[in-house]
Design a protein around this ligand. Structure first.
Ligand SMILES: Nc1ncnc2c1ncn2[C@@H]1O[C@H](COP(=O)(O)OP(=O)(O)OP(=O)(O)O)[C@@H](O)[C@H]1O
Ligand SMILES: Nc1ncnc2c1ncn2[C@@H]1O[C@H](COP(=O)(O)OP(=O)(O)OP(=O)(O)O)[C@@H](O)[C@H]1O
Ligand SMILES: [Mg+2]
Ligand SMILES: [Mg+2]
Lengths: 228, 228
């Protein structure tokens, strides 16, 4: 479902160039559960933004479900993001003026789902992450870990076929982290959702079935997870 | 230096009350290095905001260096925050339109330090966290972990007497985390800076000398760290 073909990503800052991804090639099949690891600044979020059609490579190709995203116009990209992809950002990106429930309902609003159904699905998703009692809190009225969990609920509420999670447990204690990873494993096992997850923690990576390791914008290791 | 005396903190949301801290009492002496742990939503950031004079208790007292903060007006509180306290927020709080160096210089601007000296100190602090080559990047041009490290550099650049760090390594890989904890230990051992640090990770907590554990707004455990 994901084909990254010799992708290079360069950021230009005035006269200086930052090569965030140097020459990255990888393929991820439907239903896989992949952890992405690597040092701070090694290119993980840059890769995730390209996989999520939020950014384009400078060189090389990214094919999603066989289609080169270079050939898609802005509307087509937006439609793919809404319908196919669930995204948990490294800094959650909740809408400050909407409460938890409204934030979780947002992907369904775009899909034209009726209000009563949206409310039911949103509350299910919030219940799954343990936050049904905080549904009317604004992001500023939630703890760091609670904001992160609302972002996770929003990413899964539409059961996307591809879930991209950038450090989804970074602000969570062990109990909440295990709960979230249990949810992800369930979505992967039972619904065949493809999951790509960035993490720094080996204990989180072992919930995945394969680990991609980055350093300085290059993929340096690609290994299955023992007994998974 | 820190005395928390039967502190209660309640947030009011319409008709609902959220009791974030129930009845918390604790004391931290000068030069201590304390880790604060506990589940997501258990009150850690709320406590940190009170310790940092960013918020006031609903009931009870907070005394900083023997002075009850209730008796200080807004200007006095602001002055304490600038001169005495270095704060690393859970979500970094960098100024989006200032680059890394300008963000780190900000506490020194308030203290009226001359431009050349500010620049030198800021670059020293950025070097300490491994980011001297990113000094002209805006926050949006930095990875999550790099933004967090800029926030750490800013918190330590003025060598505050009290350093409050809320999940300072949440977005960092093991190598960067160990580096940061080494810096904190150095400040504590060599300069006697009092450090209170929130973390979910036992491997980070063991760099401290004492662990305070919270649950549902209450302090449930207070233990020294073995061989520290
Ligand atoms: N401004 C606010 N208004 C209403 N409730 C709030 C507000 N800030 C925090 N809360 C609530 O107070 C409780 C404690 O929040 P706090 O941010 O202190 O938790 P925490 O221990 O830092 O959690 P985490 O580990 O997730 O960061 C949470 O249940 C949260 O929903
Ligand atoms: N918009 C941008 N402009 C310029 N440089 C950027 C931009 N975004 C990222 N970078 C740089 O590209 C490199 C890779 O960044 P990226 O965010 O992909 O790292 P990361 O692996 O996610 O790190 P972390 O673990 O700290 O989140 C970093 O060195 C960063 O400074
Ligand atoms: Mg990142
Ligand atoms: Mg917190």
């Amino acid at each position: 479902v994901i084909e990254v073909d010799r992708v290079r990503k360069v950021y230009r800052l005035g006269e200086v160039e930052v090569e965030a991804l140097k020459d990255v090639s990888l393929a991820i099949g439907t239903g896989e559960f992949v952890a992405v690891m690597g040092a701070s600044g090694s290119g993980k979020s840059t890769l995730m933004n390209i996989l999520g059609c939020l950014d384009r490579p400078t060189e090389g190709a990214y094919r999603l479900d066989g289609k080169d995203v270079k050939e898609l116009d802005k509307d087509a990209l937006a439609r793919i993001r809404r319908k196919k992809i669930g995204f948990v950002f490294q800094s959650y990106n909740l809408i400050p003026r909407m409460d938890a429930q409204e934030n979780v309902e947002l992907p369904m609003v775009y899909d034209g789902i009726a209000a009563a159904a949206r409310r039911a699905h949103a509350l299910d998703a919030l219940r799954a992450v343990g936050l049904q009692e905080r549904s009317h809190h604004l992001p500023s009225q939630l703890s760091g870990g609670q904001q992160q969990r609302v972002a996770i609920a929003r990413a899964i509420v539409n059961t996307p076929s591809l879930l991209l999670a950038d450090e989804p447990t970074g602000n969570l204690d062990t109990a909440s982290s295990d709960e979230i990873m249990g949810i992800f494993q369930g979505l992967n096992d039972e619904r065949g959702i493809t999951i790509v997850l960035v993490t720094h923690e080996p204990d989180i990576a072992r919930f995945a079935k394969r680990v991609l390791r980055f350093r300085d914008g290059q993929l340096i290791q690609d290994e299955p997870v023992a007994d998974r």
